[in-house]
Design a protein around this ligand. Structure first.
Ligand SMILES: Cc1cc2nc3c(=O)[nH]c(=O)nc-3n(C[C@H](O)[C@H](O)[C@H](O)COP(=O)(O)O)c2cc1C
Length: 258
């Protein structure tokens, strides 16, 4: 078995690693950004595939990854995990339908609520203690889902017809333009940017570059929010106008350990 994930700010990576460690401690987890990922997928029949939800849809980078490598999914057994701030409807169903088209077998699906990572919009912001509770609850859900999978009765979150309708009407239909194409309007505050290059080196799309020691954004953003959350100068905004509070589960874990 192998765990494959895309994670903008760490929530999905965190959840997948917990799931895989409980299910099969010897199994590897690999980001779809790694160059060796295709070769590794080809060596395994059972896959745990994890990603975050954006506007009740797949991140464009994830949809492209599945579609661009359609032949590798044939006859694979895929359990899907999708992480979200609040609600997705058919989060796991989104990739399940694609995987089925490419002749994979869908093993099950798990939806996990995690802290919201949109650092420049107030909507779903939580206090540290609320985030602590959210992550704790996700841990319990992961344990339950692993137990069920081991018993041969996998959880099927997001996989039925009614989930599909809920996802479509709940959000996807209204915001489809946000995830259909790559996003073009990442904003960099040139006076705040000190040209440290953190955003350039972490962007999964190579959408950022340094020109005359200032970050410059291209037109191929997958909306993962990694750059905006990691920028020490809070110089990057994507959907909103100001960075309110940045989120990274690894910083949060360090903070909680102190
Ligand atoms: C652009 C964008 C859109 C999002 N849309 C949704 C959504 O429709 N529903 C939801 O519950 N969470 C939504 N979220 C929250 C993320 O799905 C959630 O924080 C996820 O766990 C982030 O995972 P990551 O840290 O692995 O990137 C959205 C986040 C972003 C960045």
């Amino acid at each position: 078995m192998i765990g494959i994930y895309f994670s903008g700010t760490g929530n999905t990576k965190y959840c997948l690693e917990k799931f895989v460690a409980l299910y099969d401690a010897t199994a590897e987890t690999v980001s779809l950004e790694e160059s060796a990922v295709i070769g590794k997928i080809m060596l395994h029949k059972d896959i745990i595939f994890a990603y975050p939800i954006y506007y009740s849809n797949l991140p464009k980078i994830v949809r492209d990854f599945i579609n661009d490598n359609q032949t590798i999914w044939e006859k694979k057994n895929i359990f899907i995990i999708s992480t979200m701030g609040l609600f997705s409807g058919d989060g796991a169903g989104l990739s399940a339908r694609l995987f089925k088209k490419y002749k994979a077998h869908i093993w099950g699906g798990l939806h996990l609520k995690m802290p919201d990572c949109i650092c420049d919009v107030k909507a779903l912001k939580h206090s540290p203690s609320q985030n602590q509770q959210i992550v704790f609850n996700a841990g319990k859900d992961i344990q339950l889902a692993v137990n069920k999978l081991k018993q041969g009765v996998p959880i099927k979150d997001g996989l039925g017809f009614f989930y599909h309708i809920a996802g479509f009407l709940g959000q996807r239909f209204w915001f489809i333009s946000k995830t259909l194409h790559y996003y073009e309007n990442v904003h960099i505050d040139k006076t705040a940017c000190i040209g440290c290059g953190t955003c350039v080196s972490t962007c999964p799309m190579q959408n950022l570059s340094l020109i005359q020691e200032k970050a410059v954004a291209g037109k191929k953003c997958t909306l993962c929010y990694r750059c905006a959350n990691q920028c020490k100068r809070k110089a990057i905004t994507i959907l909103g106008k100001h960075v309110i509070s940045q989120w990274s589960i690894s910083n949060w874990e360090d903070f909680n350990a102190k």
